[in-house]
Every structure is written in structure tokens, then in C-alpha cells.
Write a protein that binds this ligand. Structure first.
Ligand code: CP
Length: 289
């Protein structure tokens, strides 16, 4: 049984192994490898990509999938988060995928005797998003060492930024942050957005995560787009081999211009495609002894 709470728990070798298995999944291996197993997906926070690509991954592996609807569950009668997860474990399911808005929710679940895979916790970590980002970067460049990435936007409230910077630095990448002052964090190196556009190998854009904020954004959407939005004019200044990434969902006309979403440098939809294969890899890993 192997949990996947955050990538900090995994060595570089383990991360590379997951990416290697994900590549094999993309080549068509491991179909029905988990036939007869049961997976429960407990999403206590909205999700399209993570929730449904886990489902597609599980379907390819042959899992029977139980999707949980929190609003139609006994949580409405006051049942706790822990008791809900413990109930699914008691059903005898083989793996549980959880997304919750609490940072490090999994610290409450260490006594649960079923493998748990995180689909994101609060603003702390999003391990499978980082794995699919790494898979997409490796497909483009063939390596990580020496690559320069700027993660631009709402870094402060982004579990994607926090997980990616930690793991990318361990893999030898140079990470910068960019975007509005109100969303920066002092522990990360800041780079001006227009400089980043010209110098980076990867520009990773982030959505402003209003649902995690206590107050309104200090600048308007129009001002955000003018100062920090990736427009076609800026795309033309990027290095020849450089790419654009975004975990999505994206806000067209705010952090990214409409015509940039599917431009030649964009890897946004390939990232989503790769999500299925890294999630196949981590589902198989969850069942290992
Ligand atoms: N990137 C991501 O986590 O998307 P969802 O919130 O739709 O799962």
C-alpha cells in the first residue's frame, strides 16, 4: 500500500520511475492491469480535470469506480470528513482519491488502512498535477537539468506552484515567480513578467484563485491582462523552443489571451492528456506492497 500525499515524500528516483511508467501507459501498456479492484474518488472541492482524468485512468486500468457526491451524502447530516473517508475504507475499496480544501487534510487520515492519493489539498500540494507537468516538460525537452521556468500569477494561493517549485528545484530546474505583488511569496525569486517572457524555457501561467481569497483582487482584470497577461505579442518574444503551460481552468482575457490558449507553443491540452497517464501510474503504484 502506497499513499500519495505530496511529492516531498518521494525521492527523485521514485518520481522519474512514475514518469517512466506513465510513458508506458501512454504507449498503450497496462490496460486492465487492475481489473477487479475498486477505487473511490472523494472530491470535497470542485474539479473537472483531476476528478475525471482519475476516472478515465481508473477505467483504462479496469478499476470499478465509485464517484462520491458530497452534497448528497451523510455529510449533510453532520458526518465528519474523517468518518466519511473511514466509511469508504471500511467498504473495502482498494484505493481512495481525495481532494479537499483543508491544507494537509491527509494528516487526519494516517490511521486509515487504504491507500490514499491526493487530488489536491488546500493551497499546499497537487502531486498529480506536478507529475503531469513534469511529463509534459520531459516530452518537450528530454531533460529537466538547467531549464528555466517562471510561474506567473497567484503563486501565494496555488498548490500547483508550491508543489512544482519544490520538485522542479530538486530536478535541477531554475524556478522564478512573476505576477502581481499581492500574490508573490518572498521565499521565491521574482522576475519581471516581460523579462521572463524573453528568457524562460517555460512560462507557466496561473489562474487567480478567487475562491481562496478573503478580499477582492487589487487590480482590475483589464489591468491584470495588460501587465501580466500572455498575449500573442508577448508570445512572439519567447525563445524559439520555449513553451506555455497552465494547470487550467484558465481565464481567457485575464492571464492568457484567447488566441494563445491553443497556439503552437501552448502545451495546455497536452498537459491535460498526460494527466490520464500519470494518474494510471500512481493508481498502480498505490496497490504495490
Ligand atoms: N488543474 C486542475 O486541478 O484542474 P481541476 O480543478 O479541474 O481538477
Amino acid at each position: 500500500m502506497k499513499n500519495l500525499f505530496c511529492l516531498k515524500d518521494l525521492s527523485v528516483e521514485e518520481i522519474i520511475h512514475i514518469l517512466d511508467v506513465a510513458k508506458e501507459c501512454k504507449e498503450g501498456k497496462y490496460i486492465d492491469a487492475c481489473k477487479g479492484k475498486i477505487a473511490a474518488n472523494l472530491f470535497f472541492e470542485p474539479s473537472t480535470r483531476t476528478q475525471y482524468s482519475f476516472q478515465v485512468a481508473q477505467a483504462k486500468l479496469g478499476f470499478h469506480v465509485i464517484s462520491f457526491n458530497a452534497s448528497a451524502s451523510s455529510m449533510n447530516k453532520g458526518e465528519s470528513f474523517y468518518d466519511t473517508v473511514k466509511t469508504f475504507s471500511s467498504f473495502g475499496v482498494d484505493a481512495i482519491v481525495i481532494r479537499d480544501r483543508q491544507d494537509e487534510y491527509y494528516k487526519q487520515l494516517t490511521t486509515i488502512n487504504t491507500p490514499i492519493l491526493s487530488g489536491g489539498d488546500g493551497k499546499k500540494d497537487h502531486p498529480t498535477q506536478s507529475l503531469l507537468d513534469l511529463m509534459t516538460i520531459r516530452e518537450q525537452f528530454g531533460h529537466f537539468e538547467g531549464l528555466k521556468i517562471a510561474i506567473c500569477g497567484d503563486v501565494k494561493f496555488s498548490r500547483v506552484a508550491h508543489t512544482n517549485i519544490e520538485v522542479m528545484e530538486r530536478l535541477g530546474m531554475k524556478c522564478y515567480i512573476s505576477g502581481p505583488e499581492e500574490y508573490r511569496e518572498d521565499q521565491y525569486e521574482y522576475i519581471d513578467f516581460d523579462t521572463a517572457v524573453k528568457e524562460m524555457d517555460i512560462i507557466m501561467l496561473l489562474r487567480v484563485q478567487h475562491e481562496r481569497h478573503d478580499s477582492e483582487m487589487q487590480i482590475s482584470k483589464e489591468e491584470y491582462h495588460e501587465k501580466y497577461g500572455l498575449t500573442m505579442e508577448r508570445v512572439h518574444q519567447m525563445k524559439e523552443n520555449a513553451i506555455i503551460m497552465h494547470p487550467a481552468p484558465f481565464n481567457r482575457g485575464v492571464e492568457i489571451a484567447d488566441d494563445v490558449v491553443e497556439c503552437e507553443k501552448s502545451r495546455i491540452f497536452p498537459q491535460i492528456e498526460n494527466g490520464v497517464f500519470v494518474r494510471m501510474a500512481v493508481m498502480m503504484r498505490a496497490l504495490e506492497d
